[in-house]
Design a protein around this ligand. Structure first.
Ligand code: FAD
Length: 346
């Protein structure tokens, strides 16, 4: 495995920010990952595991250690009992290529997650979700390499600690495991579930879904999701400067029922029920705090199509993080709500 020196990280990220990595390697196999771990151990260097770079922001100064870019390949569909079909996928595969292939085979379960950038290995890290589906819904297990013990470990879904944009890999076991592969259970001849009102309404507008066989209905849902996402600049497109982002920069805060009652009395924000409390759209908070779509300053700004996407318009990481901090303070001062970042700052 080739280890390169002083490699600029910005081109490996969707937001296009970050200085050089002292060392950089592409890991095309589990052995390469192991070699990368041994390389940093011998030199006492930090290691960063990089997937598609769609949820990561590197500092302007870069990284003094090794960036291990996961580039493993392989996707195997195996029939299982009943209507199920298990797909075993290498971490380095593109997430959207997996969704496209599954939909092309008429399988349902991840069609609402169409158009999300990044790798398959990145998906369980924050339990990616959109339009009423999330990785946890179909995940069977995650195969990992323990960075400390250099041993293979498999976590089934229950042991992944999944929550809203959260898992053990992002929280208690942050930087402990390298995801090598994921198994998902998808469904044959099963109609897509339309749990998200905006998606259900858009599908209804296309009319005729009821008359379609299940595989065609799944394909229709993928098309509609991609259309909705393009309208918000949430599908990567080099011609669309709004997509130089990490997607949603902030998570939707979940606040207590009491705190929400107080917020509603004063501001009447939109809301969604959540497992423990009430979910308030972060986009609404950001806009109401004065940071409207299209707001721009110092080479960074808010997407013209989505208030949650902070966009790099030729700025630096320092400027982006200062801008994010300013938004967080403004939302806290006005609404008493603390925004949490979805993206990983390395
Ligand atoms: C335009 C746009 C739209 C988006 N829309 C959505 C959306 O709808 N829903 C959503 O949930 N997210 C969304 N995202 C965020 C992002 O696409 C996902 O979080 C994605 O899963 C990140 O995967 P990645 O491979 O790019 O990870 P990276 O950005 O490379 O890494 C993210 C984190 O995961 C870790 N990681 C990555 N791969 C591995 C691995 N193999 N083993 C161990 N750790 C690993 C990294 O170390 C880092 O901590 C969007 C991003 C963009 C730019």
């Amino acid at each position: 495995m080739l280890i390169r020196e002083s490699v600029s990280l910005a081109p490996y990220t969707t937001i296009g920010l970050g200085g050089p990595a002292r060392y950089f390697c592409d890991c095309a196999s589990a052995e390469d990952v192991r070699d990368a771990l041994e390389f940093v151990r011998r030199r006492s260097l930090p290691l960063h595991v990089l997937g598609g770079g769609s949820n990561v922001i590197f500092r302007d100064a870069g990284l003094p250690g090794l960036v291990a870019h996961i580039a493993t390949r392989g996707m195997a569909f195996e029939a299982s009992s009943g209507a199920g079909m298990v797909v075993n996928v290498a971490a380095g595969e593109s997430w959207d290529a997996l969704v496209a292939e599954s939909v092309a085979r008429g399988l349902s379960g991840i069609e609402c997650l169409s158009g999300i950038p990044g790798t398959v290995g990145g998906a369980p890290i924050q339990n990616v979700g959109a339009y009423g589906q999330e990785t946890a819904d179909t995940l069977v297990d995650v195969e990992c390499l323990d960075r400390q013990r250099l041993e293979h470990v498999t976590f089934d879904r229950v042991n992944c600690g999944f929550g809203y944009r959260m898992s053990r890999f992002k929280e208690v076991d942050r930087d402990r495991y390298v995801v090598l592969g994921v198994r998902l259970r998808l469904w044959r001849n099963t109609r897509p579930a339309l749990r998200y009102a905006e998606l259900a309404a858009a599908v209804t507008r296309r009319s005729g879904i009821e008359a379609l066989e299940a595989p065609a209905a799944v394909a229709l849902v993928r098309d509609v999701v991609l259309e909705l996402r393009r309208g918000k600049s949430m599908v990567l497109d080099p011609a669309d400067p709004n997509t130089r982002s990490v997607g949603s920069f902030f998570m939707n805060p979940i606040i207590s029922v009491e705190a929400f009652a107080e917020l509603k009395r004063r501001w009447d924000p939109p809301s969604f029920p959540a497992e423990r409390g009430v979910k308030v759209p972060a986009a609404w908070l950001v806009e109401q705090a004065g940071y409207r779509k299209g707001y721009e300053r110092n080479g960074v700004g808010v997407s013209t199509r989505h208030a949650l996407a902070l966009v790099n318009r030729g700025g630096t990481t320092a400027e982006l993080l200062a801008f994010a901090e300013e938004i967080e303070q403004a939302v806290l001062a006005k609404f008493g709500v603390r925004l949490e970042r979805e993206a990983v700052v390395v």
